[in-house]
Design a protein around this ligand. Structure first.
Ligand SMILES: Nc1ncnc2c1ncn2[C@@H]1O[C@H](COP(=O)(O)OP(=O)(O)OP(=O)(O)O)[C@@H](O)[C@H]1O
Length: 459
């Protein structure tokens, strides 16, 4: 499956299940919608907004914001030309106050939508003393909407006032999400304390505040996520090996930091890896599913499906090796522009994994809590399929002796190999070897981040 065809939104239902499972694990709650305790009432919120407008100075300022209707188009284009840049529009807002259009919209309505997302208006100021001026939307996930804002940093006795751009993750106003956000911040702070010089490629949290019952997390601003990079610069063919190598190196640096901190990310995928404007530096982001390696819970929906390690699907105990598996799937996608295991169900994921990597050992096929759903007593794989003629669900027994797919054949077809220089051939062979080691079905045999950093592809 081409990575460009993949629509992260099509996984929403499973994502909801995943989020619920994860929130239960993280916070002991059931993930049901509940307003944040102590969150402002609608009436109080309107009063506050009105007061700020009435009390503000009469001057207006003109602000350039993204034209909201055009934002999605930026990601739809497969090119990097001028037309792919988001369109801008100028709006007038009260200086230092909430944007007038934001107020009027909110007077008629609640501040949140039905799912607890904050309805942000471009041009709105949020944060202590309206410090952050929101001017673009960056993305929306299960837990939050993320916006781009210009921060005004007040002058000090030694430095004049200045501005910089930041990303703000506005968490949905539900108690469970709020708690998950608090946990995400604690993990980010732990990781930052172990990487004081910011050399390990994990996103930096700058500060946080509350806005109308929403936890707002302020991050360094990056340019786009890796799914968008592949779609724009390597649609269906992937990026060149120099880029793959640089990205792989940085991803394993991030993983080695997580391992040092005893943290499992549990949602690594191209969407959660951001790159800078120059596309030469990446940062691992979205630690909303992360947890301490000592407090893991067995759930078949952890990690987005295409990047989900076999031990999760089988319901076996797992550790930070699940992140290495996800990195393997991500690197394949970056190098080829195609999704490695595009399974529609957990059962199909296991079939695709075995077709490429060979059958599970008897021990693995028996070990996990969910293994009996996928294997019979004699370890035949039970592939759940639809009959091609009748469309009825059927179970096909698969007794796979050897892999039927081959990473080498996919990454180095014979006609390509002949055209490569010795150096290119060496690089490609090393990449195939690294991938094989990240995609070991047995987590105990899977390469560790430290070993990966010393692998010939990266050293
Ligand atoms: N610091 C940042 N700089 C630029 N863009 C960002 C930043 N943080 C997040 N984004 C954008 O917002 C999107 C959603 O962010 P994030 O994954 O952190 O949110 P989420 O609500 O936790 O999502 P999920 O559904 O994956 O849990 C990212 O894929 C990215 O495109």
């Amino acid at each position: 499956m081409s990575a460009a065809d993949y629509n992260p939104d099509s996984d929403r239902l499973e994502d909801e299940a995943r989020a619920r499972a994860k929130l239960q694990t993280n916070t002991g709650a059931n993930g049901a919608s509940q307003p944040v305790e102590g969150g402002p009432s609608l009436a109080a919120g309107i009063g506050e907004a009105q007061e700020r407008v009435d009390g503000a100075e009469s001057e207006y300022e003109e602000i350039e914001v993204d034209d909201d209707d055009e934002v999605d188009d930026m990601f739809a284009l497969g090119s990097d030309d001028e037309s792919s840049k988001p369109k801008k529009k100028i709006i007038r807002v009260k200086k230092g106050a909430i944007a007038s259009q934001a107020v009027s919209a909110n007077l008629l309505d609640n501040f949140d939508d039905a799912d607890g997302y904050y309805r942000i208006n471009l041009g709105e100021r949020i944060g202590p003393e309206g410090r952050y001026l929101v001017f673009a939307n960056l993305g929306r996930g299960m837990f939050s909407n993320v916006v781009k804002a210009r921060e005004t940093i007040p002058s000090t006795s030694t430095e004049p006032a200045r501005e910089r751009e930041v990303a703000i993750k506005v968490v949905r106003s539900q108690e469970t999400m709020y708690k998950a956000g608090i946990k995400e911040m604690a993990i980010l702070q732990k990781l930052a304390s172990l990487d004081p010089e910011d050399k390990r490629h994990v996103i930096r949290l700058d500060s946080h505040f509350e806005h109308r019952g929403h936890l707002c997390m302020v991050f360094e601003l990056l340019s786009m996520n890796l799914r968008e990079v592949v779609k724009r610069f390597g649609k269906d063919v992937g990026l060149n090996y120099r880029a793959v190598r640089a990205y792989a190196h940085q991803m394993f640096l991030a993983l080695s930091l997580l391992r040092k901190a005893n943290v499992i990310h549990a949602d690594i995928k191209p969407d959660n890896i951001l790159v800078n404007e120059g596309k030469n530096v990446l940062k691992l982001c979205d630690l909303g599913s992360a947890s301490d390696a000592t407090e893991v819970e067995i759930t078949p929906y952890l990690v987005s499906r295409f990047y989900r390690a076999p031990e999760i699907v089988l319901g076996a105990p797992y550790d930070s090796a699940i992140d290495v598996w996800s990195i393997g799937c991500t690197l394949y996608e970056v190098a080829t522009g195609k999704i490695l295991f595009p399974g529609r169900t957990n059962n199909q994921m296991l079939l695709l994994m075995q077709e490429l990597r060979g059958r599970f050992t008897t021990k693995q096929a028996k070990k996990g809590r969910f293994a009996a759903q996928h294997f019979d007593d004699t370890n035949n794989f039970l592939s759940m399929e639809k009959d091609k003629n009748t469309g009825v669900d059927v179970i096909r027994k698969v007794n796979l002796q050897k892999p039927v797919e081959d990473l080498r054949a996919r990454l180095l077809p014979a006609n390509t190999a002949k055209k490569l220089s010795d150096e290119e051939l060496r690089l490609t062979n090393n990449f195939i070897d690294l991938l094989n080691r990240t995609l070991e079905l047995d987590p105990a045999k899977r390469i560790t981040p430290r070993e990966a950093l010393n692998h010939p592809f990266l050293s």
